[in-house]
Design a protein around this ligand. Structure first.
Ligand code: ZN
Ligand code: ZN
Length: 409
């Protein structure tokens, strides 16, 4: 049985209070309400609900102001606030989040999904989905059915609908199919490219949402020498290598050159680090409300015994992934195979286990597998990693995600 939650609804529209109460009571939740915002602050403090649902347009104190005042109350730190309003303007939506709201739902509410939407905002999970886990070259069929043969693509989806996509290997085609089937238009997302090697960019032309007017994308990634990220992406769509050009995109598509930097966006902090790989390759760390996901591929970690080992780089990398909840990282080779692949720009399983354990990573996600490795080879890498972590009595756990697998953190 699901845990019952206590809600407090503030709305001057009694019909809405009745409707929302009915929908939430059907899920066994407990409802308190008020049709005036005048004395609600003290009532909410007294009731200490798990979640307050606030309308915006109310005659006395409007919902955004009430939200701001509730957020100043230390005894309500744990309480979630969701705005449920008829106002559909982006300005009101972003103001609500600025004032400390955890969610925003527009009226009229969809009765079928209302309770589910509310719970999604309360849980506030980050959904990590793996669309392609291979490195270097797609490896379809045969003995690669379980983990899948598509190249790098991972998405992060947040309760407020914010979508981030990391890399555009052939896995992005499955994400494209998913978005076209599931998501209502318009689709907005930021696409972060680690670097412009084929296995990280070459399925961009197959991402169908780019061809739909009204959708909005920002493709971000490293420049290289005099080439901007826009030029790096458009070069593979110049008419010779692919018949459709980027000017045929119907969505609004902006490009941003990224470097080693830190910036804030949509209530999160993005940290970027240059990785040890031929050319400019960026690792990303997304920090959101006490949780973090680190996407670090492609990257070569030299063993300590190697003459290429660089203590400064290792310290910087350790700090970058320190205590992260999810480290998605390049573990292309087994330790044995790595011996003949030194300076190919990729890591072996032993090195990523060592990094994860020492940096206090919560979960290590094995990623960017060598295309010749079969499902059983990946099983073997996973087992090796788990044995190593057990021997170290590590608190890091290790997973080898499969294509289309979803994790919530
Ligand atoms: Zn790669
Ligand atoms: Zn690469």
């Amino acid at each position: 049985m699901k845990k019952k939650l206590k809600f407090f609804i503030v709305d001057d529209n009694k019909d809405f209070i009745n409707l929302a109460s009915k929908l939430l009571e059907a899920e066994n939740h407990i409802i308190f309400s008020s049709d005036s915002s005048v004395n609600t602050l003290s009532e909410i403090i007294e009731q200490k609900p798990d979640c307050a649902l606030l309308d915006i347009m109310m005659p006395d104190i409007d919902g955004l102001e009430l939200c701001r005042r509730l957020r100043r109350e230390p005894s309500l730190d744990e309480m979630k606030i969701i705005i449920v309003s008829g106002k559909t303007y982006e300005f009101d939506r972003s103001s609500a989040f600025e004032f400390g709201a955890d969610g925003y739902i527009t009226k009229p509410v969809d009765k079928k999904i209302f309770s589910k939407q509310i719970l999604q905002f309360i849980k506030d999970h980050i959904h990590i989905t793996f669309w392609g886990v291979r490195g270097t070259l797609p490896a379809p069929g045969g003995e690669n059915i379980r983990y899948g043969g598509n190249t790098s693509c991972v998405s992060l989806e947040f309760a407020d609908g914010n979508l981030m996509i990391f890399d555009a290997g052939t896995g992005i085609k499955a994400l494209s199919d998913h978005l076209m089937a599931e998501k209502t238009l318009p689709i907005e997302a930021k696409i972060f490219i680690s670097h412009p090697h084929w296995d990280h960019i070459n399925a961009i032309p197959f991402f169908a949402p780019l061809y739909i007017s009204g959708n909005e994308f920002e493709i971000c990634g490293p420049s290289y020498g005099e080439y901007t990220i826009r030029e790096l992406i458009s070069a593979q769509m110049d008419g010779v290598f692919f018949p459709i050009k980027i000017k045929d995109f119907r969505a609004t598509v902006n490009f941003s050159n990224l470097k080693e930097e830190t910036f804030n966006m949509n209530r999160m902090e993005i940290r970027i680090m240059l990785l040890n790989h031929p050319g400019n390759c960026l690792g990303y760390r997304v920090q959101y409300r006490g949780r973090s996901v680190s996407y670090v591929t492609d990257n070569e970690i030299y063993p300590k015994s190697s003459r290429f080992y660089n203590e400064d780089y290792m310290n910087k990398l350790m700090d970058f992934v320190k205590d992260t909840d999810a480290l998605i990282t390049d573990c292309t080779y087994s330790d044995e195979d790595y011996k003949s692949k030194i300076n190919w720009g990729h890591s072996s399983i032993g090195q990523v286990v060592d990094l994860s354990d020492r940096a206090g990573v919560k979960t290590l996600y094995l990623f960017h597998h060598e295309p010749n490795q079969t499902d059983s080879d990946i099983d073997a890498k996973l087992e090796t990693a788990q044995v190593m972590l057990e021997q170290r009595k590590s608190r890091t756990s290790c997973i080898a995600p499969k294509e289309k697998q979803l994790f919530k953190i």
